[in-house]
Design a protein around this ligand. Structure first.
Ligand code: ZN
Length: 222
């Protein structure tokens, strides 16, 4: 149990305070990375603990957003929209919420689906894409390529629509890399090369890890 630390959080929707387990930093060990920088964890699958769910209302969010999620929730009419969504989810979802170190893969998958909807309501498109990529990783680990590609297909549609609105350089690099990667996965080599070449030409001096990944992936296309 030393691999995990108990922490707690107050749900920004219903006010319920609850505990969850998070992986202690010394127990995060990566053995390798896939072409798209998906980490292969040794021993503990750290991704599993990146999402937490309120056991009372099912509000689900990324642990890294613990401090600022409340700001997004209270913007415009997000609070009411989220409440309505959660009321609906509660009528169709009856699995047990588990934020402990014993969490199942299936519950993590459900969290990813719920979080995708929640971040979409909150207007956090980049986070929606990142969560969907994690969902594609879930299916990659299960060797379910059909579902993995299905998720990547939706990611691509979102990325194509939104990437030009990403104003931060790192976000833009991330988006272009994934457009290249998804095209590569669908065997559209020319399109993949177009995105990767654009990236490698315009961002030569950035230390963003996706640039190195773009170089590697470009090599795979020859
Ligand atoms: Zn709650």
């Amino acid at each position: 149990m030393d691999d995990f630390i108990k922490d707690f959080v107050q749900c920004p929707i219903c006010g319920n305070e609850f505990t969850y387990d998070k992986v202690s930093s010394t127990s995060i060990k990566v053995s390798s990375y896939d072409l798209d920088l998906k980490p292969e964890y040794r021993e503990i699958n750290v991704s599993l603990y990146s999402l937490i769910t309120c056991p009372n209302c099912l509000f689900t969010f990324q642990e890294k957003d613990k401090q600022n999620i409340v700001d997004y929730v209270n913007k415009n009419d997000n609070f009411i929209k989220i409440t309505q969504f959660l009321e609906y989810i509660k009528t169709i979802y009856n699995s047990e919420v588990d934020n402990s170190f014993e969490k199942s893969d299936e519950f993590y998958r459900d969290q990813l689906f719920i979080a995708t909807e929640i971040y979409s309501i909150l207007g956090q498109t980049l986070e929606v894409i990142k969560i969907m990529i994690k969902l594609s990783w879930y299916y990659r680990e299960k060797n379910d390529e059909e579902k993995e590609l299905g998720i990547l297909y939706y990611c691509e549609k979102l990325l194509e629509k939104e990437y030009q609105n990403f104003s931060k350089e790192d976000d833009f690099i991330f988006a272009l890399f994934y457009l290249g990667y998804i095209n590569y996965r669908f065997n559209r080599k020319k399109e993949a090369a177009r995105y990767l070449d654009y990236l490698l030409k315009d961002y030569k001096n950035s230390s963003n890890p996706y640039l190195k990944a773009a170089k590697n992936l470009r090599g795979e296309l020859r």
